[in-house]
Design a protein around this ligand. Structure first.
Ligand code: OSB
Ligand code: MG
Length: 368
């Protein structure tokens, strides 16, 4: 691949509804996009980090620095024959997986166009329709949360995930279960609890949750293993898993029974495919997480979700839930049966609207 130019830019996009987790409320996204021009083609990638270093230490500023000063110059200067080989070159940089993923995934987009296959097929996808769930944040009241859940179920979504934190947990889940006794339901704590909260978390066992996501420390495996021994509800790890090796260790010590795979958190398609392979071989279910992505990151998530192990509904949902106008065409829509149809055309399968992206751009830098 002969790369002519790499552009990094930051866009600002207000969310149609705020999104609140145990670490705070987001109303506007700052998204760093990577655009690669090579072989007469153009590929896009998205940095999925939050605005603040709460979910992970990455921010738009750190991603900009790592891309501009390391990843992009290395990619332009070195010879590499395959994307797994390039991913291996990125390895000396510790962490910064979301910056790495944005660049690597833009190159996967180009590779799919070059080979004239849908990105989903190139990465090993076998499914043409993916099951979808929604992630609903902490709301101002339980009533508002129940209304939102009802609306999403009416739209067809196959499972509901709600955010929990101390003070917004057992009673909230109990109210949901009263109104929706058999809906596939799960809770995500984003590391809001400690092992000493085991008694509180055990109270959730009575509500038949599909799983509880990342209850304990973002960097912990051991305490999750201790907690899992006490809970009948399966633990799903999100923040703690950055590569296949993390998953191997987590599974070995019983820290989780399910794994959420996010392209950004694990560093791109090469790593995500390895993780998926490992989990398939161990019989551990996986699903694709979301990071309030624009259409570009969303399109990558859809491609990943077509891999055979992604059987549980993911947090990949319609553009409309996040944006009054997405930056891709067509926007992502969900069928009445709560699925997304994977695109069948070569490449990403959605066209980034460059004029609209330019209008949203707050800063841009080109590297050649
Ligand atoms: O923990 O899965 C998470 C959003 C931002 C940061 C972390 C998480 C989330 C979500 C939203 O749950 C998923 C989505 O709808 O994109
Ligand atoms: Mg999570």
């Amino acid at each position: 691949m002969k790369i002519e130019k790499v552009e990094i830019r930051e866009i600002r996009m207000p969310l149609v509804h705020f999104f609140e987790t145990s670490f705070g409320r987001t109303t506007e996204r700052r998204i760093v996009l990577v655009r690669v021009l090579a072989d007469g083609l153009c590929g896009w990638g998205e940095v999925t980090c939050g605005e603040k270093p709460f979910y992970s230490y990455e921010t738009p500023e750190t991603a900009w620095h790592i891309l501009r000063d390391f990843l992009v110059p290395w990619t332009l200067a070195q010879e590499w024959k395959s994307l797994p080989e390039l991913a291996e070159r990125f390895r000396p940089i510790r962490g910064h997986n979301m910056a790495k993923a944005a660049l690597e995934n833009a190159l996967w987009d180009i590779e799919a166009q070059r080979k004239a296959v849908p990105l989903a097929r190139l990465v090993g996808g076998t499914r043409d329709e993916i099951p979808c769930g929604v992630s609903i944040g902490i709301e101002d009241s339980v009533g508002e949360l129940l209304d939102k859940i009802e609306k999403e179920l009416e739209a067809g979504y196959q499972r509901i995930k709600v955010k929990i934190k101390p003070g917004w947990d057992v009673e909230v889940i109990e109210s949901i279960r009263k109104k929706f006794p058999s809906v596939p339901l799960m809770a995500d704590a984003n590391s809001a609890y400690k092992l000493t909260d085991t008694g509180r978390l055990k109270l959730l066992d009575q509500f038949n949750l599909m799983m509880i996501e990342q209850p304990l420390g973002w960097d912990d495996l051991l305490d999750h293993a201790r907690l899992q021994r006490e809970l009948s509800t399966p633990i799903c790890l999100d923040e703690s898993i950055h590569c296949a090796d993390d998953a191997r260790k987590a599974i070995e010590i019983g820290a989780c029974r399910i794994i959420n795979i996010k392209l950004g958190r694990v560093g791109g398609f090469t790593s995500a495919r390895r993780l998926h392979e490992l989990c398939l071989s161990k019989g551990v279910p996986v699903w694709c997480g979301g990071m309030l992505e624009s259409g570009i990151g969303r399109a990558h998530n859809i491609a990943l979700s077509t891999l055979p192990g992604f059987r549980l509904p993911g947090d990949v949902s319609a553009s409309r839930r996040y944006w009054s106008e997405d930056i891709i065409e067509p926007e992502v829509t969900v069928t009445p049966r709560g699925t997304i149809l994977a695109p069948t055309v070569p490449g990403l399968g959605y066209t980034p609207n460059l004029a609209r992206i330019e209008r949203l751009t707050a800063r841009k830098e080109s590297l050649e």
